[in-house]
Design a protein. Structure first.
Lengths: 107, 122
């Protein structure tokens, strides 16, 4: 089965840039989506198909995907960006696959 | 405004059954593929099942295959998840999520409900 690996936690200073990685075998050949989830809330799509932002998502959120790693980048991090972040792909053998999630802390 | 509202969660004994519903509004339900995603307490997201817009194509996670059945009623704008032979490890918040459209491989989950909690315990 296909697996996605994320760091458990990432910390970033207020106003600096946070990078959250998502590792998977040849993930660069897949379409990666990223979701933000705040405590007690449903997930929200923040990046789709590697690098596209849905309407209403700030330009500070960006994504890239190549080789075995996809990356979500949050520029000028704000306190309101503190959340859990999940990457997700569709694998033809496994189905929908989520990474284990990364807790972002803004210091 | 797109809305997805889950219902049907609750406390059930191991081996029991439960049927979840998801009421959709604010979009043409019959045109969109739908999914169930769950989240165990304090854990990450886990995809559970997918159903195509017509209901003709269905996929399940290995963890629920043979026990759960996804279905939909496009006339009632509703998605369902019949859960049988429930286990303690099925305890989770269950979300219904809409696929945005296009190929499975490229389609994110663009709208989510608020979830319904299923607790499997004696």
């Amino acid at each position: 089965s296909y697996e996605l690996t994320q760091p458990l936690s990432v910390s970033v200073a207020l106003g600096q840039t946070a990078r959250i990685t998502c590792g998977g075998n040849n993930i660069g050949s897949k379409n990666v989506h990223w979701y933000q989830q705040k405590p007690g809330q449903a997930p929200v799509l923040v990046i789709y198909r590697d690098s596209n932002r849905p309407s209403g998502i700030p330009e500070r959120f960006s994504g890239s995907n190549s080789g075995n790693t996809a990356t979500l980048t949050i520029s000028r991090a704000q306190a309101g960006d503190e959340a859990d972040y999940y990457c997700q792909v569709w694998d033809s053998s496994t189905g929908g696959v989520f990474g284990g999630g990364t807790k972002l802390t803004v210091l | 405004e797109v809305q997805l509202v889950e219902s049907g969660g609750g406390l059930v004994q191991p081996g029991g059954s439960l049927r979840l519903s998801c009421a959709a509004s604010g979009f043409t339900f019959s045109s969109y593929e739908m999914n169930w995603v769950r989240q165990a307490p304090g854990k990450g997201l886990e995809w559970v099942s997918y159903i195509s817009s017509s209901g003709s194509t269905i996929y399940y996670a290995d963890s629920v295959k043979g026990r759960f059945t996804i279905s939909r009623d496009n006339a009632k704008n509703s998605l369902y998840l019949q859960m049988n032979s429930l286990r303690a490890e099925d305890t989770a918040v269950y979300y219904c999520a809409r696929s945005s459209g296009g190929l499975l491989e490229t389609s994110p989950y663009d709208y989510w409900g608020q979830g319904t909690l299923v607790t499997v315990s004696s």
